[in-house]
Structure formats: structure tokens, C-alpha cells
Design a protein around this ligand. Structure first.
Ligand code: OGA
Ligand code: NI
Length: 358
């Protein structure tokens, strides 16, 4: 699919036009709206996991094991956690967020130079999925490849603001280090060799992409979503939420829970490929983003994915007669196609991979 099915409308332009009501194409069915209550409570202050990573490599085995067991519980029970003392410089996080705010504040013509297509999604975009007439999310984004180096093309990254390419490179480098550390901790906890997940994802050829989400102000936030319910298709996501904004909701035991970001934290999200590789010992988390009439928001989501042509399947070590493989083996390329065609659809894609047990 080489082009979008409909004329692309920048949500930011819609928002800035001063409309008081949103176009029908952004109005979600009642049951998908974030204020929809019956049967599914929306909690504000649930006890969501916050993990201090400082002791992950502490020489004292008790401190190390304590951190590992917290990561383990969060990945098994929630599929996500907020990380503090994660090693990524807070100052750099601030700069990365600011440079992208500045990008979205550039004149529209300058942003349009990077307009993307569904062929690779790289660049400036306003929709996921190519179905004509689909209900859209209230957001724009910028998507780029960071790893493998063979896919990294800085000419596709914004030239303005002038520090953008440099800041993205620096931020990416630090987040990659954090990601590798987490994948090692997860492998160890799952009883796999320390580098198992990294190697299964392609080692140095592992994929890493950055999606910067821009959620403009919305005159009728209760009717729509910034990002519809989905689980991340890849391995893990490291999300830098906008400062002080509680917009992200995660689904836990049937309830939508609003995440109040801890200052300077990064949010770690377990994706579908880790659920497959761990044979569902770890769960990917279904999540969505609300919008507000008072404030726009920018978030940076760094996705770590298997190299696109590698086949991912439940690891032999986590499969047994009592616990047979739950999922069909599939390359990440094929897996991701679903989201790229249909847009976000909860965990439907992962469910479709399940073997039909009689
Ligand atoms: C994503 C995502 C959440 C956010 O980009 O996949 O879930 O807060 N983002 O922007
Ligand atoms: Ni996501």
C-alpha cells in the first residue's frame, strides 16, 4: 500500500483551527470512550508498579534479586511498570521532549516535508491503518528508525530544529542501553540464558524505532482518544510521557487504570513478541491514551523489536508437556502488518496467533 486512502488531515491543524466540535471521523463508539463506566471502572490511583532500577546490578545478591523479583512480578501481572533510577539522564529526557515540541511548533509546510506513507510509515503521520472510512485517533506522530544501523537514515529525521538529529541519536543511545539491561533481566527471570531475548531479536541487528506522539488539545475530549486501545506489537517499549500529564491508561483485570507518571520516570511496556517468546508467562499490556481540552502533550515511545525477518516463537525452555506452545511462530514483519493495515485493535492480533486448542 503506497498511499493513504483519504486526504491526510493534521490533527494539530484541526485543533488550531478553533473548531468547537470534532469531525465525525474522530468520534469513538460509546464503549471505547475513556469516560465509559458501566462494567469497567476507571481507577485514578491504583497501586501501579514503580521500580527503582538502581540495584539491578548491585553486588549484594539480595538487593539484585529484590529488583529482579519486582520486574518479574510487574511483567507477569501487569505487562508494564514505571522505572526510576533507570540510568537515562533526566536532562537529556527534557531536551528530547523539548526538541520534539519545537518540531511540532514549526510551520506546517516544514513539517509536511517529512509527510509519511504507509509503505514504511517513516516520517510525519496522522493515522495508523489504511482502511477507508476508519475512525481515527486524535493525534499526529513522527516515526523513525534508530536500529539496526542499516535502516537508520538521518536524512529522514527532521533537519529542524537544528539539534534534533543529534538529540535523537544521543537519547536513542541511552535508551538502547536501558533496553538491553531490561531484556537481560527478563531473560534471567524467565530461566533463559542472559542474552536469550536479545539474540532472538537479532543481537546487534535488533530493531529500534522512535515514535513521537503529538496529542493536540481537543474541544470534545470525552468523545475520542489520542491513541486507541492496543498492545505494542514488538518486544518492549520505553515510553517518555509528557511531564505531569496523566493521559495513559492501562487495562488491568478488565479495568482501565490511569497512570500518573512519577517525575523523571520512564514507562516500560511489555509487547506482544515477549508474550509470545515467554509463552505468556509475561503479558503484553493493553493501553490507550486520553486527550484533554486544556493541554496538548508530546510523548516519545521507543520500540524495541525483533529484526523484521526473524521468526519469533515460544522459547524451548519455557515450553513443556504441561505448558505446550500457545502461539504460532511468525516473523515480526508479518506480525506487524496487521497493525499497519488495520490500525490499533486491542490484543486481537495476538489472540489470532493462538493455536486452536480443542
Ligand atoms: C504508543 C503508545 C503512549 C503514549 O506509542 O504505542 O502507547 O502515552 N504511546 O503516547
Ligand atoms: Ni503503545
Amino acid at each position: 500500500m503506497l498511499s493513504w486512502p483519504e486526504q491526510v488531515v493534521r490533527v494539530q491543524s484541526l485543533s488550531e483551527s478553533g473548531i468547537r466540535t470534532i469531525p465525525n471521523q474522530y468520534i469513538k463508539p460509546l464503549t471505547e470512550r475513556s469516560v465509559f463506566k458501566p462494567g469497567s471502572q476507571v481507577h485514578q490511583h491504583a497501586d501501579i508498579p514503580v521500580i527503582d532500577l538502581h540495584n539491578l546490578f548491585h553486588k549484594d545478591p539480595a538487593l539484585h534479586l529484590d529488583t529482579l523479583s519486582r520486574i518479574s512480578a510487574a511483567c507477569r501481572d501487569w505487562g508494564f511498570f514505571q522505572a526510576v533510577n533507570h540510568g537515562v539522564s533526566h536532562e537529556l529526557m527534557g531536551r528530547a521532549c523539548q526538541v520534539w515540541r519545537d518540531f511540532f511548533n514549526l510551520p506546517l509546510e516544514m513539517r509536511q516535508e517529512y509527510a509519511n506513507t504507509p509503505a514504511t510509515y517513516e516520517g510525519y503521520g496522522s493515522r495508523l491503518g489504511v482502511e477507508k472510512g476508519a475512525i481515527l485517533d486524535w493525534s499526529d506522530y513522527f516515526f523513525l528508525h534508530y536500529l539496526p544501523v542499516s535502516l537508520r537514515n538521518q536524512n529522514k529525521w527532521p533537519e529542524q530544529p537544528s539539534s534534533c538529529r543529534e538529540v535523537v541519536a544521543e537519547y536513542g543511545g541511552e535508551v538502547v542501553k536501558l533496553c538491553r539491561m531490561l531484556l537481560r533481566a527478563m531473560s534471567t527471570d524467565l530461566g533463559l540464558e542472559e542474552k536469550h531475548i536479545e539474540n532472538a531479536f537479532g543481537g546487534d541487528n535488533m530493531g529500534a524505532c522512535l515514535r513521537v506522539n503529538m496529542y493536540p488539545k481537543c474541544p470534545q475530549p470525552e468523545l475520542t482518544l489520542g491513541l486507541s486501545s492496543h498492545s505494542d506489537p514488538g518486544g518492549i517499549t520505553i515510553l517518555l510521557p509528557d511531564r505531569g500529564l496523566a493521559r495513559l491508561q492501562v487495562l488491568k483485570d478488565g479495568d482501565w487504570i490511569t497512570v500518573n507518571p512519577v517525575p523523571d520516570s520512564l514507562i516500560v511496556i511489555v509487547g506482544d513478541q515477549i508474550q509470545v517468546l515467554s509463552n505468556a508467562i509475561y503479558k503484553s499490556v493493553e493501553h490507550r491514551v486520553m486527550v484533554s481540552s486544556a493541554k496538548d502533550g508530546v510523548s516519545l515511545a521507543m520500540f524495541f523489536n525483533p529484526k523484521s525477518d526473524l521468526v519469533i516463537e515460544p522459547a524451548k525452555e519455557v515450553v513443556s508437556e504441561e505448558r505446550p506452545p500457545l502461539y504460532e511462530a511468525m516473523t515480526f514483519d508479518r506480525y506487524r502488518l496487521h497493525m499497519r493495515m488495520k490500525g490499533p485493535c486491542g490484543k486481537a492480533r495476538l489472540e489470532s496467533l493462538k493455536f486452536n486448542t480443542p
